[in-house]
Design a binder for this molecule. Structure first.
Ligand SMILES: [Zn+2]
Length: 72
């Protein structure tokens, strides 16, 4: 099985561990840079990267629609 560079921290936040320099990259890093700001490793533009970037948006959306105050 291929080892995934994506990890979840104790708060449920997704992190991308750069496979080259092992730095922890957040969604903001990936949004702002086309490659790792520490070692210039290019992020692979695949479904995982897309899910990684969309994760906070999806979480906000789920929190909003599952809030009973908004559910009428
Ligand atoms: Zn790196």
């Amino acid at each position: 099985m291929k080892k995934s560079p994506y990890h979840t921290d104790p708060n449920g936040r997704l992190l991308l561990h750069c496979p080259r320099c092992r730095e922890e990259l957040t969604v903001l890093d990936v949004e702002n840079y086309p490659a790792c700001p520490f070692c210039d490793w290019r992020f692979p533009a695949d479904d995982n990267l897309e899910a990684f970037i969309l994760d906070p948006i999806v979480r906000n959306w789920v929190a909003r629609v599952s809030d009973p105050a908004n559910n009428r």
